[in-house]
Design a protein around this ligand. Structure first.
Ligand code: NAD
Length: 369
């Protein structure tokens, strides 16, 4: 039986391995339906620090580059808080993103109807919400030079960060945005501050030119970042795909995340540029961390991780039908009232991590009759 592809599993620390176990079970289920993945596993974060004295070894990094598709759990924990900066578990994650050149960060904000009351906004504003924030991840003010803090001769100090973007950097992330929108509801909102920033002017001009040249079938709007933040809490359903830079994306994706009300439900994907064969390097991970407060208790919500795996099916292996099936199974299980502790509501059935996995697998079985 031909394999669909290879995946490198990096479960990491805390609840990372617990939620990744439920992904393994779904992969097993797909395998029984003749959709085989070759899964390899390695250490990252505190687990790698304990075993090798670094949060990510060069060998693991090389393996991630060679395999190209990474499913990541979570890293970190109080045991590692006092380590020097370079040895902290999070450095492993940052190195993966940087060395794989994952410039496009996708953060969907999806509100399942069954969980609409968990949002801080009114039910009617968020019920059925399905938007995607696409954040440029490797450029902009977090990386621009010069940067630093210097002493001034007259006393005091001066701090500098540099916001910098090239046409090529803007184009490659905008292209991802147009392509994603083409597979969704066909609308891109490009977000910057062209009213006060030169990078914003170039951003707007470049996105518009790419649209006019190649993506005329996708609707394109431009918004200033401050207005976008306001619109996200005023009427979030007006958006489909929002494409923006590193700094604004950082803020707007957290803002959109809170519309859904629960950290245990939020998936993400980070994509690189396509190679000659059209394959992108990519990493998929839940937005949440290692949750040391609940680790080892078997109560973590595995849905963020499973939704990240659905993104892997869709974006790395073109298995949209299977991704849809998994997302539908998750929605049905929530409809039936199954809840992990973090999203528990009155009258619902409380389940463990593996209990949620059991219910989802049962629903997957039902989906094939
Ligand atoms: P966190 O996301 O780990 O947890 C925040 C809160 O949300 C906790 O109360 C936790 O119990 C809860 N929570 C998170 N995910 C959950 C899930 N799937 N199911 C149920 N409840 C869930 O953030 P934190 O507490 O700020 O950080 C803990 C550690 O994780 C730190 O070491 C931090 O540096 C690290 N971290 C790692 C990542 C990552 O690996 N991508 C992201 C954020 C934080």
């Amino acid at each position: 039986m031909p394999e669909i592809g290879r995946i490198l599993f990096l479960p990491g620390d805390g609840i990372g391995p617990e939620v990744m176990e439920e992904v393994r079970r779904v992969i097993g289920w797909l395998g029984r339906r003749r959709l085989e993945f070759a899964v390899e596993e390695d250490l990252v974060g505190g687990a790698a620090q304990d075993a090798h004295g670094v949060p990510l070894t060069d060998a693991t990094m090389a393996r991630a580059l060679e395999i190209g598709t990474v499913m990541f759990g979570a890293v970190g924990g109080p045991r590692y808080d006092d380590l020097p900066f370079a040895q902290k578990p999070e450095r492993g994650l940052l190195r993966l993103r940087k060395d794989m050149d994952l410039f496009a960060n996708l953060r969907p904000a999806i509100v399942f109807p069954a969980l609409a009351d968990a949002s801080s906004l009114k039910r009617e504003l968020v019920e059925g919400l399905d938007i995607l924030i696409l954040r440029e991840l490797t450029g902009g003010v977090y990386f621009g030079e010069p940067r630093g803090i210097e002493d001034l001769p007259e006393g005091g100090q001066r701090a500098v960060d540099t916001q910098v973007y090239t046409t090529a950097e803007i184009e490659r992330v905008a292209r991802v945005g147009f392509e994603l929108a083409g597979k969704r509801r066909g609308k891109v909102t490009s977000v910057e501050k062209a009213n006060v920033m030169h990078t914003g002017v170039l951003w707007r001009r470049t996105v518009q030119a790419l649209h006019d040249r190649e993506y005329g079938d996708v609707e394109l709007d431009h918004l200033y970042a401050d207005n976008c933040a306001m619109q996200l809490v005023r009427q979030p359903k007006q958006f489909d795909v929002i494409v923006t830079d590193n700094l604004f994306g950082d803020l707007l994706s957290d803002c959109a995340a809170m519309l859904t009300g629960s950290l245990g439900m939020l998936p993400s994907a980070s994509l690189g540029a396509p190679d000659a064969a059209g394959r992108r390097k990519a990493m998929y991970e839940p937005v949440h961390g290692s949750a040391p407060d609940i680790a080892g208790q078997g109560i973590a919500n595995p849905i963020a991780c499973l939704m990240s795996f659905a993104m892997l099916l869709r974006y790395s292996f073109d298995q949209a039908a299977e991704a849809d099936r998994l997302e539908r199974a998750i929605a049905s299980v929530l409809e039936q009232g199954h809840r992990t502790a973090d999203v528990m509501q009155d009258g619902m059935t409380r389940v463990s991590t593996s209990g949620m996995g059991d219910a989802i697998l049962k629903e997957l079985d039902r989906s094939i009759g």
